[in-house]
Design a protein around this ligand. Structure first.
Ligand code: UDP
Ligand code: MN
Length: 279
């Protein structure tokens, strides 16, 4: 990119995108990503899973990482994956760490445009909380003589995606690097995204910058205005009981061919994409 007006020019190569997944979801969730936004960030995106999978290893040009973490949906297993994601980012030398779930659609050009507004040499934690007030937890003192303390902090919802600048990540190394993220998670016994908020906001005293353009399926996605889709960084979906899906409202492929609406969204945002119908 040319550095004319923009203070920071974020290229795709500056970003490390991690997608958390699990063996049970490879076939049900990864194709919707690989067929759409992954095509715009093939070299930058890595899937963190819990089993070797030759089929998807091939589909992603070797971008599946077996974390060797447990494949159960418990707090420890999820913190284990986040820990490996974080350490791989550090190893990568890139400027930005952006985490997503395997039910996220990432609007890649919009993500780069967002990051352009922030200096990766400064401390940045960008994301969107899903609760209206900061989380309040009670931390027990290290020994009986120490009193318990109330701790309040914000955290970015992992299911909407969040980004951390390299400068901040480097400051996190003493508490969270080299697998220590898991130790912190064990100590506070909270999920991975909450642990991330605890480390950054409480331990390092750096504030979350709220970015409304990250979206998880904790929101009612049909309420997102189609005219603003270009401006959103991430989307998601979830399947409720029977066939009622929480999805973005967008015309395009049939609900049968595209229940998650990712392909329709992709073709709405990028009509020229090769997987989209051309006139
Ligand atoms: N996940 C995982 N191991 C599991 C279950 C889920 O790594 O045993 C990952 C999953 O791939 C996804 C995230 O955790 O990226 C959230 O899972 P899901 O969407 O099923 O649940 P949610 O918390 O969003 O309701
Ligand atoms: Mn989910």
């Amino acid at each position: 990119a040319t550095a004319t007006m923009a203070p920071f020019s974020t290229d795709l190569e500056d970003v490390f995108i991690s997608v958390k997944t699990t063996r049970h979801y490879h076939h049900s969730r990864l194709p919707a990503i690989i067929g759409t936004w992954f095509q715009f960030a093939k070299e930058q995106t890595w899937f963190f899973t819990d089993r070797d999978d030759p089929y998807f290893q091939n589909q992603t040009n070797g971008h599946m990482i077996n974390t060797k973490c447990s494949s159960s949906h418990n707090r420890r297993a999820l913190c284990c994956k986040m820990s490996v994601e974080f350490d791989k980012f550090l190893e990568s030398g890139r400027k930005w760490f952006c985490h997503f779930d395997d039910d996220n659609y990432v609007n890649v050009p919009r993500l780069l445009k967002l990051l352009d507004n922030y200096n990766p040499r400064e401390d940045w934690y960008l994301g969107r909380p899903s609760i209206p007030t900061p989380l309040e937890i009670v931390r027990q003192g290290a020994d009986s003589s120490k009193r318990s303390q109330k701790v309040r902090f914000w955290f970015a919802t992992g299911g909407a995606g969040f980004c951390i600048s390299r400068a901040l990540a480097l400051k996190m190394i003493p508490v969270a690097g080299g697998g220590k993220f898991i130790t912190v998670g064990d100590r506070i016994r909270l999920p991975d995204d909450v642990t991330m908020g605890y480390i950054i906001e409480h331990l390092l005293k750096k504030q979350l910058t709220v970015v409304e353009q990250f979206h998880s399926h904790l929101e009612i996605l049909k309420f997102l205005n189609k005219d603003t889709f270009h401006d959103q960084v991430s989307f998601s979906y979830s399947k409720g009981s029977r066939d009622d899906w929480n999805v973005v409202k967008i015309d395009g492929f049939s609900v049968r061919d595209d229940p998650k609406r990712f392909r329709s969204l992709h073709c709405h945002l990028f009509p020229q994409a090769s997987s989209c119908p051309h006139r």
